[in-house]
Structure formats: structure tokens, C-alpha cells
Design a protein around this ligand. Structure first.
Ligand SMILES: [Zn+2]
Length: 277
């Protein structure tokens, strides 16, 4: 299996686009971004953010995403390739960390080290459990967070693009990266859940502190029942979905939690309830 390359991206423009996109994401993400960028809530900045978001959701924007991921992003925007986007992004002030911050340098080093150490194990597990194929490259937009814990997001784009904000005191942010990678890899492999909430509840059983971490040796034991209780408290919006998935994961764990989860789902007669054809 060829290893997939994870490219760390810290560009201010792409961070802005990612920050805006996350503000229109799942309920917990919206809340976090609104608190972080509270100046958006009223007036012009919010309007500009909506305009950027609309742009990023349009099919015409697929090409722009490729340009934004280019290492010469400033030049690309300045050559008036995307004048509207450049105007909007320059109009929005966002409190992002700086690439020169000591805290941010530390976070980037930690991430690089953890990716080197655990990425091939992650690929082995994902291949065995989700029967995944891997792209050559995943782009990971990184930012330092001083206010909230570590969290991530997936972008509505054809490029393999995920983001993470790492809390300055988090010694092991890798699980959040793996969680977002799995969202992106499901999309890449054409695996579609009936709703985003089902996908969220499903992934929560694997990571954070789930079956993936158990397999990688990050945690000593995994109990589906206890994980469900944790999900209900921390992911209230996907409570019903976590409830519905619990019997599947209880059976999977009793059977040894090895092998394809899709086969386990089929054996349990649950495929039609959770996946789109
Ligand atoms: Zn998620």
C-alpha cells in the first residue's frame, strides 16, 4: 500500500475560507465559530462571510479550490484569477494565529511527528475496517487555537481538504485529524450515509477514543455502551443516531471488532437503515 501524503497548509487566505466554511457546518461547529468570530454576527462581516460561503459551494468554485491550495496562493489571487474572492477575503478580519508564533510552530512540529508515527497504522486500520482506497495526497489546514479544545472540519470540495485547530495545550491532536480524514476518505470512496448525523454518530464509535484508538494502542479498552453514553452527552444532536447504531457496535465488539464494518452491518441487516445505495 502506497502511503498517502499529508500536506500541512497554514496560509491565511485558505484559513479564512476554511473558518467560514466551518461556521456553516454541523451544530457544534457553528456555535464554536460564532463564539470565536463573534464580530460576524452583526452587519457587514457576516454578509461577506455568507458571500464567501456561497462562492465555495458553487460548482464553479471547484477550480478555485485547486488554486487556493497552490503554494503560490497570494500570486494566484493577485493575478485577478479570482477577484471577487480576493475582495471578500480581504474585507473580512479573522483572528487567526500567525505562522511565526512559537505556539503555532510547536503545534506544526507535534502534528508532523504524530503523522509520521501513526499514518501507516491508520491506513492499515482503515483498509481493514472500511475497505478504503487512498488518494495520493490530503491537504490539512492547520491553525493554533487558544480558546477552545482541538477540533476539525471537512470542506465541501472535490479536493482532499480537511482542517484542524489544535489547542495549544493538546499533546495528542492526531485523533481529530484521523476523524476528519475518515470523513474525507468516505467521500473519496463514494461511501454515503443517509444523513450527516448518521455519519457523525458512526464515526464517533471509531474515533475519538473509539475502536481506532483501541486498535492503535492509544486506549486499553473499548466499551460500546460507555462510548454511546459519552456520545449522547457530547454530541447531543446525533443522539438518536448513536442509539440506533449501538446494537451494531455491541455485536461488532463481541465478535472481536476485526474485519469489515460494512460486512458486520450487512449481517446485522442494518445496511439499508444507514447507507445510501
Ligand atoms: Zn465529524
Amino acid at each position: 500500500m502506497d502511503a498517502m501524503e499529508v500536506v500541512l497548509n497554514t496560509n491565511q487566505y485558505i484559513r479564512k475560507v476554511v473558518g467560514i466554511s466551518n461556521a456553516f457546518g454541523p451544530p457544534d461547529s457553528v456555535f464554536r465559530q460564532m463564539l470565536k468570530y463573534n464580530s460576524w454576527i452583526l452587519g457587514k462581516p457576516f454578509y461577506s462571510a455568507c458571500e464567501v460561503y456561497k462562492l465555495t459551494k458553487s460548482t464553479a468554485f471547484d477550480a478555485a479550490w485547486t488554486d487556493l491550495l497552490d503554494s503560490n496562493i497570494e500570486d494566484t489571487l493577485k493575478t485577478k484569477k479570482h477577484p471577487e474572492l480576493l475582495r471578500l477575503l480581504n474585507a473580512i478580519e479573522l483572528p487567526t494565529s500567525k505562522e511565526t508564533d512559537a505556539g503555532e510552530k510547536r503545534v506544526l512540529l507535534i502534528l508532523k511527528k504524530l503523522l509520521n508515527k501513526h499514518c501507516s497504522e491508520f491506513e492499515r486500520y482503515s483498509n481493514k475496517t472500511f475497505e478504503l482506497k487512498f488518494p495520493d495526497k490530503i491537504n490539512l489546514v492547520v491553525e493554533l487555537s487558544r480558546t477552545f479544545g482541538t477540533f476539525g472540519g471537512t470542506m465541501p470540495t472535490k479536493n482532499m481538504l480537511i482542517s484542524i485547530e489544535v489547542h495549544q495545550n493538546d499533546p495528542n491532536p492526531i485523533s481529530v485529524v484521523f476523524h476528519e480524514m475518515l470523513h474525507a476518505l468516505f467521500k473519496f470512496n463514494g461511501i454515503k450515509f443517509k444523513t450527516n448525523y448518521i455519519e457523525e454518530a458512526f464515526l464517533d464509535y471509531f474515533t475519538l477514543d473509539g475502536l481506532l484508538e483501541k486498535d492503535l494502542g492509544f486506549i486499553d479498552s473499548f466499551d460500546a455502551e460507555k462510548k454511546h453514553e459519552f456520545n449522547v452527552i457530547h454530541r447531543r444532536y446525533a443522539k438518536a443516531e448513536s442509539d440506533a447504531l449501538l446494537p451494531l457496535f455491541s455485536k461488532y465488539v463481541i465478535a472481536g471488532a476485526q474485519g469489515s464494518i460494512w460486512k458486520a452491518m450487512k449481517t446485522a441487516g442494518m445496511t439499508d437503515s444507514f447507507l445510501l445505495k
